[in-house]
Design a protein around this ligand. Sequence first.
Ligand SMILES: C[S@@+](CC[C@H](N)C(=O)[O-])C[C@H]1O[C@@H](n2cnc3c(N)ncnc32)[C@H](O)[C@@H]1O
Length: 278
Amino acid sequence: MRIRFKKWARPEIAASPFCMDDAFALAGAWRSHFARPEQPFYIELGCGKGGWVSQAAVLHPECNYLALDIKSEMLGVAKRKTEAAFAAAGRTPDNILLAILNIERFSEVLTPADGVDRIYINFCNPWPKEGHKKRRLTHPRQLRQYAAVLRGELHFKTDDLDLFTESVAYFTESGWEILTQTNDLHADEPADNIRTEHENMFTEMGKKINFLIAKPPAEAFGKPVPNLHAPDTVKLLRGLEKQHGLGILTDEEFEKQKQQILSRTQEAANGEGISLEK
Ligand SMILES: C[S@@+](CC[C@H](N)C(=O)[O-])C[C@H]1O[C@@H](n2cnc3c(N)ncnc32)[C@H](O)[C@@H]1O
């Protein structure tokens, strides 16, 4: 989703009591920033302009919500939308937090101690090109990060059938159990479904909405996740991908070396956070 630069976004986020400036500093301590820390803790990944999370948090004061997005412009709009939704309901935003985060770094910010009860992925970017698929928020390397901290379910909605079909395979291959699955959510829309901005837009265009609920494998909870953003790992993996791309390494040799690097990384300390994609 494209969004114009908004000069006001960063200062407004910095001044807001429910926008968290440094998500990394809150790892393991998210709950303490809600008025009622003991409530179920739900996270939306890629919240965009916040249409969904602002409605959900107003409708469900008995749950706590954290909404994450990579773009400050999106979060700025989400912040204003949240303020408006709570003001209309005569409440202060005490069960919602917003933060900027590249979700590829999820495991550096959310830990098993945070007690995550549910994750929502609403209309994430489909990344259709083969070389870009690992950026999908449902890619197995992401699912591994979620499974390490999630004690409940993940809810996923998308208009994109290819992304959905391939994601079903990602979940299954990663040992998740799919509890519910439909290619037309609105055919029998659940009374509690909250439509997102993209859901409304795609529905108006006549597209069907795919939806699933999945549960992570219990044994994945608390398992350390390789930090793919540690600078050494990034460098090694990039070199390996280049050799593979040039045909110097066979698929088998590439996979073997990659697994070796990843298992070494798992034991290594956290790096300084260079994106593998840059
Ligand atoms: C297509 S929009 C969907 C927005 C909203 N969930 C909806 O349904 O209307 C995808 C959102 O995900 C965010 N996003 C994409 N990649 C991300 C990443 N790696 N980390 C965090 N946010 C990301 C984008 O900035 C954008 O706001």
